[in-house]
Design a protein around this ligand. Structure first.
Ligand SMILES: Nc1ncnc2c1ncn2[C@@H]1O[C@H](COP(=O)(O)OP(=O)(O)OP(=O)(O)O)[C@@H](O)[C@H]1O
Ligand SMILES: [Mg+2]
Length: 292
């Protein structure tokens, strides 16, 4: 009855091997895939063929293939970018000013269109997405920026509720949801404050709450700590970690060297519009090459 024994096997984590043709290579860089030990599961009771099917990789949640972006003025912001991000990954996007980080983020929410190549989100080809379907894409994606982008004449509660784009009458029905996200970001009791009555960290929390109100599956943050002091920046990172632990994929563009170095998460480095490094558990800079 060997098949009924719980079994343990080392497998390549299927969702971390998007380039399954060759799981050791990611974006052309040698990459050691994360491995897991499967827990004894019901798959142990399945015939061998079915067990193989159980570890077949899922489509990456975010996939860019040979993406180029040339702005109308001729600036080439991204060139031949191929990047795959599995569900629930946490990725830092680093690189010097003008490298193309924000452009990449803007392509993912279809604020800009790629000039060449393809972008898929959960299997959906963004180049084929009709304008009227954009709200569905954007509901899947929560987004925060360096400058918070709150509406100054609305209270904290209204800023978050406004993301749901409903009438005043219906707002009452959304109260529990708005309160839930405000409590996730630790802003209970601040509902009736206006943005200029809040600290920078609190304003970023409101922006995060607003981004969470649709229960997004992907969370994009473009330099979310750019205007914050180090202690407040760490609080925001803790929040992003919590969001990630709840199952949301997080992609954060940042210049914050300390945070990237301490966190040891996946780092995608971009320079001159090209990916120059893609490392699991990476640092802000590439490890120095040993000199002989
Ligand atoms: N709307 C635009 N029109 C023309 N060129 C643009 C536009 N937006 C960005 N660029 C150019 O594209 C390149 C990439 O810019 P991007 O904003 O993506 O860089 P970034 O990595 O986010 O930089 P930073 O770290 O300063 O935010 C730069 O050369 C920039 O000048
Ligand atoms: Mg930018």
């Amino acid at each position: 009855m060997r098949d009924e024994m719980p079994y343990t096997a080392r497998v390549i984590r299927p969702d971390r091997a998007p380039a399954f043709r060759d799981p050791g290579i990611r974006n052309g860089f040698v990459h050691v895939p994360a491995t897991i030990t499967t827990q004894p599961t019901r798959t142990a009771l399945l015939p061998a063929k079915a067990r193989v099917a159980a570890v077949v990789p899922a489509v990456p949640q975010i996939s860019l293939q040979g993406v180029q972006k040339t702005y109308p003025n001729g600036t080439v912001a991204l060139r031949d970018v191929t990047l795959e991000i599995p569900k629930q990954d946490f990725v830092f996007l680093v690189g010097p000013s003008g490298a193309g980080k924000s452009t990449l983020v803007r392509l993912l929410i279809r604020e800009e269109k790629a000039t060449a190549g393809s972008i898929h989100i959960e299997g959906q080809d963004l180049s084929r997405l009709k304008r009227r379907h954009l709200p569905y894409l954007r509901r899947k994606i929560g987004m925060v920026f360096q400058d918070f982008k709150l509406l100054p004449n609305l209270t904290v509660f209204q800023n978050v509720a406004f993301a749901l784009r409903v009438t005043e009458g219906a707002l009452r029905h959304l109260k529990p949801k708005v309160e839930e996200v405000l409590s996730i970001v630790g802003l209970e009791g601040k509902e009736s404050k206006y943005p200029d009555q809040l600290s920078g960290g609190e304003q970023q929390r409101v922006a995060i709450a607003r981004a969470l109100v649709h229960d997004p599956r992907i969370f994009l943050a473009d330099e979310p700590t750019g205007n914050l002091d180090p202690a407040t920046s760490w609080e925001i990172i803790q929040l992003l970690l919590q969001i990630n632990a709840r199952g949301t994929t997080v992609l954060m563009a940042t210049h914050n060297r300390e945070i990237v170095d301490v966190m040891r998460r996946r780092v995608v480095a971009i320079e001159g519009g090209q990916i120059v490094r893609d490392e699991d558990a990476g640092g802000y800079h590439a490890p120095a090459l040993e000199s002989h």
